[in-house]
Design a binder for this molecule. Structure first.
Ligand SMILES: Cc1cc2nc3c(=O)[nH]c(=O)nc-3n(C[C@H](O)[C@H](O)[C@H](O)COP(=O)(O)O)c2cc1C
Length: 395
């Protein structure tokens, strides 16, 4: 069975739904070419900014937490990498270079831009359009920026739907290529922000970027490393990203949505597509796994589609949306009771400690459920490492 992985964002055809998000993996032309050769359908440049302060990131600037989970999943990346260290004209040159080097690869180059004021937004949009960028991505989401009165980009500016509308309207006037609004998860309601972006004429949306966070080292009694706030993300973000994509679809957004935030394996890609994303971006996972990340994801996506009998992405994009149960329709009637498979139980006491109803005791070294106290909440079944408790429904 032949598989059609193509998708389309605002008229730009992508050979598959995988986009390398703006960040260290796309910091140079050489790196972007490597990602495309590994299978990415598009790359987003590091954000081009005229602000000299944002062209110089502090050192050190990366802090991986929960390193033991790097291979299995739920690590976090705390970092304060600012905009591209190159001037916007140099980024424009990179765009041209990448386009030339991968002209046979059927891929798109998206220029990420951030202007401090209307004039800069327009200049950046024009520069990148002339350079041959296929689309513009507007950084209205960077977790490190100052206030709106200081600068018209990043998280603060991107938290105000009216500012987003204003910025996008101006950029649209200055460029003939599709404009993508990148949404912060860490400001105003992302749905309102998205509606502001669309009112300004955004052709597509990225949902979402990362959070701003502060770590404290209790021995130093101060923030570690660079000593301040940083962007915070990791694979644990994925369910939040799914939520925002779904909420945008529920709000009636018709423009294509690029799911982003926490994508670290093929299942994450499928999850975002199932809630209506037309493509996905990844950055943190590419930092950790390098360019082979894209090959790995494409293999996983293809195997899943074959197993499910899907010939193209259209067959399943948005399929989970009608299956999301609204709060008002949650099943509150069916009674469940837990029971324990003694052969599996190790007597570790985890379910005993956690049961909110004190319904589980240990009897002859094994967990035992008092049905009269059990609420059927499912915590024991969910928390057990060896799958000893499970639930039975009672009509
Ligand atoms: C170290 C680092 C640098 C980043 N730099 C940029 C940037 O210059 N511009 C931008 O729009 N997003 C930037 N991002 C955000 C990513 O593009 C992405 O939106 C975010 O990390 C969420 O996706 P992920 O969970 O796949 O990393 C950066 C992220 C990281 C981790």
């Amino acid at each position: 069975m032949s598989l059609d992985l193509t998708t389309e964002i605002a008229g730009v055809k992508l050979r598959n739904p995988l986009i390398a998000a703006s960040g260290p993996p796309t910091a140079t032309a050489e790196r972007m070419v490597r990602l495309i050769k590994a299978g990415a359908a598009a790359v987003v440049t590091k954000t081009a900014s005229y602000d000299p302060e944002y062209q110089r990131s502090p050192r050190p600037r990366f802090n991986i937490l929960h390193k033991e989970a790097l291979k299995t999943g739920f690590f976090s990346l705390h970092s304060i990498e600012l905009a591209a260290r190159f001037a916007p004209e140099e980024i424009a040159h990179q765009v041209m270079e990448v386009k030339k080097l991968v002209k046979d690869e059927d891929c798109a180059v998206i220029a990420s831009i951030a202007g401090r004021n209307e004039e800069e937004w327009i200049r950046l949009a024009e520069t990148m359009t002339v350079a041959g960028a296929d689309m513009l991505e507007l950084n209205l989401s960077c977790p490190h920026t100052r206030g709106v009165e200081d600068s018209l980009w990043g998280r603060e500016a991107g938290s105000d739907p009216k500012v987003c509308e204003f910025v996008i309207r101006n950029v649209k006037k200055a460029s003939g290529i599709p404009v993508i609004g990148k949404i912060t998860p860490d400001g105003a309601n992302p749905v309102q922000v998205a509606l502001g972006m669309l009112a300004g004429g955004a052709d597509a949306l990225v949902a979402t970027a990362r959070f701003s966070a502060l770590l404290i080292d209790v021995e130093l009694e101060a923030p570690p490393l660079w000593g301040g706030y940083g962007g915070y993300g990791g694979p644990w973000m994925l369910p939040m990203s799914c939520r925002w994509v779904a909420r945008l679809k529920e709000a009636g957004v018709k423009a294509p949505i690029i799911g982003s935030g926490g994508v670290s394996d093929w299942k994450d890609v499928v999850s975002l597509l199932l809630v209506g994303a037309e493509a996905v971006q990844a950055c943190t996972a590419v930092i950790v796994k390098g360019a082979p990340f894209f090959e790995e994801i494409l293999d996983g996506l293809k195997s899943w589609m074959l197993r499910k009998g899907y010939g193209s992405l259209k067959d399943f994009i948005g399929k989970a949306l009608p299956r999301i149960v609204p709060f008002s329709s949650l099943d509150r009637k069916t009674i469940y009771k837990a029971f324990v498979d003694e052969a599996r139980c190790t007597g570790c006491l985890q379910c005993v400690v956690s049961c909110p109803f004190d319904a589980i005791k240990i009897r002859q070294g094994k967990a035992f459920v008092d049905s009269s106290k059990c609420d059927g909440c499912g915590l024991c079944a969910s928390i057990c490492l060896v799958g000893a408790p499970s639930l039975l429904s009672k009509p």
